[in-house]
Design a protein around this ligand. Sequence first.
Ligand code: S3P
Length: 440
Amino acid sequence: MKFCVQPGGSLTGTLRVPGDKSMSHRSVMLGSLAEGVTKVSGFLEGDDALATVAAFRAMGVTIDGPDQGCLTIHGVGLAGLQAPSAVLDMGNSGTSMRLLSGILAGQSFDSVLTGDASLLRRPMGRVITPLARMGASIDSQDKGLPPLSVRGGSALQGIHYDLPMASAQVKSCVLLAGLFATGRTSVTEPAPTRDHTERMLRGFGYAVENNNGVIGLEGGGSLRGTDIDIPADISSAAFFLVGASIAPGSDLLLQHVGMNPTRTGVLTILQLMGADITVLNEREVGGEPVADLRVRSAPLRGIDIPQEEVPLAIDEFPALFIAAACAEGTTILSGAEELRVKESDRIASMAAGLTTLGINNEVRPDGIVIHGGELGAGSVETFHDHRIAMSFAMAALRARGPIDILDCDHVATSFPGFANLASEAGLGLEVIPTATSGTR
Ligand code: S3P
């Protein structure tokens, strides 16, 4: 399908975007490995998290649902997974593949992990290296690319690993493998990244320490089934935060948004740009901070994005680039080379679309310079990347003419129902089926 978005309009009303993708994956993984029943609410019924559900079902875990965001997971314990009878297909989901690698490395059975064309281009050497040091045996294709063959029966040994890049997926992979390892497994990271794995492990009664940035756990414990209420995904809320900021006359309330401090870089960056966002009703739900966010349109200015905010806003840059395109002056992003290995090369993908729409920009190896200007009409490619599609949909709010966004099927990986929710809020979005709809 493609999106055809009419120019102008504003975003108003009250809405709740779907559940957090990172927490949804982890709830299934830890719920499956726990003893007893785990009840999840607010689960994201997107293709990525559903790929994780399918993988654990294939390994013998009974999972009821999802039904309106509710899942019941009948945990099998750390030693209870069974050999899958087929290859585990992770679809578009890097989180599923990287975190599962850590879990599978600790099993007695062999397994193979594959994915769609985008996932087959994403680097897995970053998880194979530490897992091999723990004693795992994992074969990849050339240059560490998937499919991955994980050989079972390796006795894992706890290690200390200094992460070479700020990646919550690598950190989580190593810690999850550490559950199955002898002794202590610990990591340090070059900059703080999302800590949902650590928080959720504690929620399942598993001790995880963070001593001055050394994050560690002892292998061989057990997880206790629990109830998990997953808040709305701040990464999905980000499209609406940007849309309402750039569209004159907007006033939007986003409910029950996850406010984990390792995820709120998008708020800090938008506020530095002059956005009018009020954090309301702050509370804690199941070990994670949550709030409602009121966002009203405001004139934005270009900024030099602080380096320390990059890992804290890593998934929100496509949306933030649209804010930069609508800002007065120049926005500079550097230290963000990780964007090049997401679902697409997000620096190149966004630069291509911005150029099509008449926004001057200069691509750098580790970032981009965007000169705020007037968005024109045009037809942009998504490079099969959900966040590129949703970002350019919001750009139409300030464009001179319609924006056609080609190949939007992947939006369902993280944000099923985006088109309806955005239309209800005031975006002039029409979904147009195309001949290739549904193909990957
Ligand atoms: C995620 C971590 C991030 C993020 C991804 C989800 C996670 O990836 O981009 O969407 O759930 O741990 P990296 O760890 O590769 O930065």
